[in-house]
Design a protein around this ligand. Structure first.
Ligand SMILES: Cc1ncc(COP(=O)(O)O)c(C=O)c1O
Length: 496
């Protein structure tokens, strides 16, 4: 029997497009209902054991169909999100997303472009969105840019370009490894852990990262930085870069970026700015001048998925000198020859500006967010969050049962419940217990950190759904629950 006569070729496209269309419409309706009713839900709840079991089921051998897969999603996945879309989620630094972003994700997945340098509209959309971001941030328009998964990856790219700029292609392997072994990078004690990861991945090692002391506002001490550079040079080491913070993860502190830029010019060092969320202060009416120095950074890392409200994942790295940027990642391959005709001609070779060859169309959700809301509406959201942070801070200052743990810099409020009868250790345990209680009861999600050795609650306000009454609710719950937990202080306070 001839196999070509017996079987029609199969495809994964649906046999009945109309049936599929109906299910697709239902999915959109269900998600819009879910998003419209976020406020009615607990902020977070743990995944029940029976659901965990279901999510360990073995791989299906035979097709179950999209209906069944969708039912599973509705029953076992959708009810148990992280909670970051909820108006009272302010933990870590999370994004609150938008419906517009969700729909853009669907369109991008539908087009399924591989944005790696083809002559297609997706490439032009990425280029245009990056140009718009440069305009929003007052970053030099001739800079190169690349969308990546987030600020961690953008930090890695910025530092990769810094490292390569300080080495020469003519070096032999021995000379290169000698130089790599001497390279030193600087930043403040408050730098994000993604910089440590980048140091490891770049072969420079964590021990070549100097964490410089900060002042009482948690900003880098520029004179201590200058001394550290002098000392390292004296020891025969090779300083290559400084990482400036535009909004630290702990407290939202903004380093003196202009002072860092001048120091880097004097010392011939690369300035990389990690502005994961803080760059968006640039849109504010109150704090824009505080980040004006970011336009002098050689490279700039930031997220769109935190404080520009674009759904995960979306980060960006900008580099002032495109040739430096490209040199760090350019490649040649016989199977990808430069051509003048056909789909691979004329595009922007994004694949030569970062480690990924295949790249998704994350630019679309950024582009659609910028188009849908414009600078004006996004700026109003930033101002609103900044105003909410000031409001929360004022209410904390006015209440003797609460205290601020760090001066308010931007949108991160660090504070805690206090009780004069408790020791420092008991206060740490109480605040940790309070944090978990608020999370587990679905009241509000804050996160914690240690500031100068003491546990602090942290509210990082990057949420466009929060209202003032949400912060009132948070504080009323804290002052109500704090004394109840304190009264249990002779018992073991659960905090792990
Ligand atoms: C200051 C700072 N840098 C870098 C990062 C890492 O960003 P991402 O999680 O998008 O990789 C964060 C995350 O919170 C951050 O706050």
């Amino acid at each position: 029997m001839n196999e070509h006569e017996t079987k029609a070729d199969e495809t994964l496209d649906p046999a009945d497009w109309n049936e599929l269309r109906a299910l697709g419409h239902r999915m959109i309706d269900d998600m819009i209902d879910f998003l419209a009713r976020l406020r009615e839900r607990p902020v977070w709840r743990s995944v029940p054991e029976e659901v965990k079991q279901k999510l360990r089921e073995p791989l299906p051998e035979e097709p179950q169909g999209l209906d069944r897969a969708y039912l599973d999603f509705i029953e076992n996945v959708l009810p148990y999100p992280t909670g970051n879309l909820h108006p009272r989620f302010w933990g870590w630094v999370k994004g609150s997303g938008t419906v517009e972003g969700m729909l853009a994700e669907m369109l991008a997945a539908g087009m399924n472009c591989n944005v790696s340098g083809f002559d297609d509209a997706a490439t032009l959309v990425e280029r245009q969105a990056i140009d718009w971001l440069k305009q929003l941030l007052d970053y030099p328009i001739e800079a190169s840019g690349l969308f990546v998964s987030g600020a961690s990856m953008a930090n890695l790219i910025g530092l990769a370009v810094a490292r390569n700029t300080k080495t020469s292609r003519d070096m032999n392997a021995r000379e290169r490894s000698d130089l790599l072994g001497k390279m030193v990078v600087y930043g403040s004690q408050e730098m994000h852990a993604s910089i440590d990861k980048a140091m490891e991945l770049l072969g420079l090692g964590r021990s070549s990262l100097r964490r410089i002391a900060v002042n009482e506002r948690f900003e880098i001490d520029v004179s201590a930085l200058r001394s550290a550079i002098v000392e390292d040079r004296r020891r025969g080491l090779s300083p290559i870069a400084v990482v400036g913070n535009a909004g630290t993860v702990n407290t939202g502190a903004i380093d003196d970026l202009d002072a860092l830029a001048s120091l880097c010019e004097d010392e011939m060092l690369w300035l990389h700015v990690d502005g994961a969320f803080g760059v968006w202060a640039k849109l504010s009416t109150t704090d824009r001048e505080r980040v004006s120095g970011l336009s002098r950074a050689d490279s700039l890392a930031f997220d769109l998925h935190k404080w520009l409200f674009v759904p995960y994942e979306a980060g960006c790295c900008l580099v002032q000198k495109p040739d430096r940027h490209r040199e760090a990642f350019a490649f040649t391959a016989e199977y990808l020859p430069p051509v003048r005709r056909g789909p691979s001609a004329g595009g922007v070779p994004f694949a030569e500006f970062g480690p990924q060859l295949s790249r998704g169309f994350r630019a679309l959700k950024v582009w659609m967010t910028l188009k849908a809301f414009g600078r004006g509406r996004l700026a109003r959201m930033i101002d609103q969050n900044l105003g909410q942070a000031r409001y929360l801070c004022e209410r904390i200052d006015a209440d003797p049962r609460l205290e601020m743990m760090a001066p308010l810099s931007l949108n991160v409020v660090c504070f805690r419940f206090v009780d004069a009868a408790l020791s420092a250790g008991e206060l740490d345990r109480l605040n940790t217990a309070l944090l978990f209680e608020l999370q587990e009861d679905g009241v509000a999600v804050l996160s914690q950190t240690r500031l100068r050795g003491r546990v602090s609650l942290r509210a990082a306000i990057t949420n466009h759904r929060s209202r003032r009454e949400d912060f009132d609710h948070l504080l009323s719950q804290i002052v109500k629950r704090g004394p109840v937990i304190a009264a249990r202080r002779n018992q073991e306070i659960r905090f792990e």
